[in-house]
Each structure stands twice: as C-alpha cells, then as structure tokens.
Write a protein that binds this ligand. Structure first.
Ligand SMILES: *Cc1c(COP(=O)(O)O)cnc(C)c1O
Length: 397
C-alpha cells in the first residue's frame, strides 16, 4: 500500500452540525449534546470504560457510574431490567436468539425496519406480516394482529414465537397503537416486542404502561449517543431467559464464564464513546421527552407549510404525530426532468442556504426530521423550500 495515499484517511472531516441546519431523517435524535461532545475525546480510546471493571461485565462498573446509570435507564424505560447492546438490531437479535427456535414464525408489521427482517432471517425464522392500508396513509390495522396470529397457528399448528411492532416506522413516521397490539399478544399468550428505535429518547415511552415484554431502543438514533449503541429492556418475568448466564465449559481446559450473558455476547461492545456519550446526554434526554408536544407542534407546522407548495403532499398519518415527515413532491420531480442538475437541484439549493439532510438526487419524494430544531430554524427551512419552489416556477399558496 502507498503510505502517502493512506494519509488521506487521517484527513477525513464532516462539519455538518456546526455549519448547517441538519434535517436528515435518521440523524436528528442522534445529534450529540454539548455534554456528550465533552466526554467523547476522554473516552475515545478502545476499551476506555473498562479501567475499573471488577466483575467481568460493563454494567457492573462503578467508575464511571455505569452501574447506577443502568438502574436509571431501567426507570426511564419503565422496565425491570435493561442492558446496552450494539444497537436496536442487536437487541432484536438477542430476543429472537433467546426465545425462538429455527423454523418458528414471528408476526410483524409490514412497516418494520429492514433490521427486523434481517434479524429474523439470521435466527432462521419465518415472518408473517400485518398489512398496511397503502398510499397515502400507510396505516396499520392493528386489529389484524389477531388474524395473523391465528393464521400462523392454523398453518403451522403452533402460535407465533414473537409479535413485533414498530413504534414509529422509518418511512412515514406513523405512530402505532401499541396498547392494542400488546393486548392482542397477551390474549394469545405470545411475547411482544416493541421497537422504539424512533421513539425512546425523544418522546415518553413506558414499557410498563404499554404492556410490552421487550422494549428496544437505539442510542444513536434517538438518545444523542455515538454509534453503535442500543438498549434492550424487559420484564422480570423474561429477564432470566433473555439475560441468561453462560454455562459453556472448555472440554480440555475446563474454562467457564459464568458472569457473562450469552445473548448479549458476554459484554455489550460499547466500551468507549457509545456508552460514555449515552450517559453524558442522559440528563438532557430525560428532560427533552417531557416536551414532546412542542416537537409535534413544530412538525405539524412544518408539514402544513411545506404543503402550501403546489404538488407537495405529506404521506402517512395526518396530522403528524411524530417529527419524521415524508412528502411526495411530483412538482419538484417535474422540474428535475428539465433541470441541468436533474434531481440534485434541491440538494444544491438547500446546501447553498446551509441546509443539509435531504437525500441528494431524489426529487419524487423526500423525508425530513424536525426533531429538536428551534422555531427559527423550522421557519427558515420552510421559507427556503418555498423559495426554491418559486424560483423553479412552482406556485406557493
Ligand atoms: C433506525 C432503526 C433501526 C436500526 O437501529 P440501530 O440502532 O441502528 O440498529 C431499527 N428499527 C427502526 C424502526 C429504525 O428506525
């Protein structure tokens, strides 16, 4: 390898949060707090959280106070026990690995994230989807969970091994009716996993009140933490099974690892920045979920104002119940057909005005996330979109 060429890896830079208003659909909830940025360098080295680990698991570390933090996380999620994982997907994988057998079927919503399908595939499971209503609302009929559970039972002679619901989906930002699905799952005696990747850390979520057996969160999606980190919360009924301790023994050496939890792979691989930033952001995260109503208000204002542009229509539930907003934009698409920069004209125009996060090149539809933007920023983004429309001959009401 050419060592001079390798040097370019040392010069990578980003400079998004400092210089732009970022409206990227997956990034708003993961923007670090000032407190998290401070600990980032301090805990940047590989296994920096492990200086004073005496009980072979990171969740028992007292300096820094991870052990207390884990207790507070459980209170925050309103679950009996919680463990960090390397992301929401790893939390789902752990549950599927712990409580299903290859060949089992799980029932999931058809708006589920790809990682729900992939974790199911990795665990050699079959999936049964609960359909949605399609364009333009993409509404889940949660009552269909009952029918799908029965279909699985009829065709396989066995209840599904797990019911999965996405709290807010990544595509339309639709908020699901969790309690109904929890009730249906419990009526059939099927364990229920709620995927709160887009909710835990930005809006109030109580595992107990919602009646979930497994609550999954994403630190880098919604809790202002560095990737990769997620959370897996569960009830005391399930904790023993999900966080089962290792029993393996080396047949020659006799080595054992009884402190390690099998499905968490011994110790969750969040030994530095992921856990340090999650901790440092936590006080602000606890506070911000109390103001979720203000965030919804901003998202509604944003959606209504953007729809004043001719041909732009919000998809998903109306009015918005979440800050992830998806618009179809045939009028922008028409402009793109004749524009020398094609669909990139939107990205270019936004970037010039210091706004980032809209997918470069796409003009048919676009997604944004308004979470934690100030009213001034929201208004500036709205005005900018309206201005770009007018400059390209699209009427704004
Ligand atoms: C982003 C997202 C995920 C992936 O989360 P990771 O923490 O990156 O694994 C899973 N599910 C949903 C619904 C998401 O939006």
């Amino acid at each position: 390898m050419d060592s001079a060429k390798l040097q370019r890896y040392c010069g990578i830079s980003r400079n998004i949060e400092e210089s732009f208003i970022n409206i990227h659909p997956i990034q708003r909830g993961g923007v670090l707090t000032a407190e998290a940025k401070k600990v980032l360098l301090d805990f940047g080295d590989g296994y920096s959280m492990c200086d004073f680990c005496f009980e072979a698991r990171i969740v028992t570390v007292k300096k820094p106070p991870v052990v207390d933090f884990i207790q507070d996380l459980a209170k925050f999620l309103d679950v009996d026990e919680v463990r960090p994982t390397a992301g929401a997907r790893h939390a789902k994988r752990a549950v599927m690995e712990a409580i299903t057998e290859p060949g089992d079927t799980i029932v999931l919503d058809s708006l589920a994230h790809y990682t729900t399908y992939i974790t199911a595939e990795a665990a050699k499971l079959n999936v049964k989807e609960v359909p949605h209503s399609g364009y333009p609302d993409f509404l889940l009929n949660v009552e269909d969970y009952a029918a799908k559970i029965e279909e699985v039972e009829d065709s396989t002679g066995k209840l599904p091994a797990l019911v999965v619901l996405t709290h807010v989906d990544y595509n339309y930002g639709n908020l699901s009716d969790v309690k109904s699905v929890a009730e249906i799952s419990h009526k059939y005696g099927v364990p229920f996993l709620l995927n709160g990747a887009y909710t835990v850390g930005i809006m109030p979520v109580s595992g107990r009140n919602l009646g979930v057996d497994f609550l999954v969160a994403s630190g880098h999606k919604s809790m202002s933490a560095s990737a990769p980190i997620g959370l897996l919360g569960t009830t005391s009924e399930w904790a023993e099974k999900i966080f089962e301790r290792s029993k393996i023994k080396g047949d020659w050496s006799g080595r054992t690892f009884g402190a390690k939890e099998i499905h968490i792979l011994g110790c969750p691989p969040v030994f530095g920045p992921p856990l340090a930033t999650l901790m440092a952001s936590f006080p602000k995260v606890v506070e911000r979920v109390k103001h979720w109503d203000k965030e919804v208000e901003k998202a509604r204002y944003f959606s209504e104002s953007i729809q004043k542009i001719d041909g732009i229509k919000q998809l998903g539930i109306k009015p918005k119940e979440h800050t992830l907003v998806h618009f179809e934009s045939p009028s922008f698409h028409d402009v793109a057909q004749h524009h020398k920069r094609k669909g990139f004209f939107i990205y270019d125009a936004l970037k010039k005005r210091k706004i980032m996060g809209v997918h470069p090149g796409l003009s048919k539809s676009f997604k944004v996330n308004t979470f934690n933007l100030s009213w001034d920023q929201i208004k500036y983004v709205v005005e900018t979109f309206q201005e770009i429309a007018e400059q390209n001959g699209i009427t704004v009401q």
